[in-house]
Write a protein that binds this ligand. Structure first.
Ligand code: FES
Length: 156
């Protein structure tokens, strides 16, 4: 997508939320939903259009783990690291992702095949450790299971 359509898309999203109290967060969610991520160049535009400082906008984008700064890979693996899943072995899953595909949470493979993210509760706490692979939720995920999911995600 060239810069102009991105600017136009962002302006349309801002227009749809203008006047709403605390509009920045819903605007950022809408941008991610429409563009797949929150590009760095939108910070200045949002600051201008919402009459905020760039530091304010940047602070919100970087504070929330949900906002992706780069386009995601074809498969997104989200590992829950909230308390219940941590107690049930989430760290081993993060280590597995690092060993198997060389990705820490927040990183995308250079070939665009897979993105690994961390989240804080997928609402599946009793069946932890939990992960989400694109839209599918998986519970009681063993290291072996994650390894085979990752192998499938990176195969051509
Ligand atoms: S703590 Fe992991 S799903 Fe809730």
């Amino acid at each position: 997508m060239s810069d102009v359509p991105v600017r136009a898309a962002i302006s349309a999203i801002v227009a749809a939320h203008r006047g709403q109290r605390g509009a920045l967060l819903p605007i950022l969610h809408a941008i991610q939903s429409e563009l797949g991520h929150v590009p760095q160049e939108c910070v200045a535009q949002l600051a201008d259009e919402l009459n905020l400082s760039r530091a304010d906008v940047h602070g919100v984008v970087s504070f929330y783990h949900d906002f992706r700064r780069e386009p995601a890979g074809r498969t997104t693996v989200r590992i829950c690291r909230a308390e219940a899943c941590q107690a049930l072995g989430a760290d081993a899953l993060v280590a597995c992702a690092r060993d198997r595909v060389g990705l820490a949470p927040g990183e995308t493979a250079a070939d665009g095949s897979v993105t690994v993210e961390q989240v804080f509760c997928l609402g599946n706490c009793a069946l932890g450790p939990s992960i989400q692979v694109n839209d599918a939720l998986h519970g009681r995920v063993s290291v072996d299971r994650l390894r085979s999911i990752l192998d499938e995600a990176v195969s051509p």
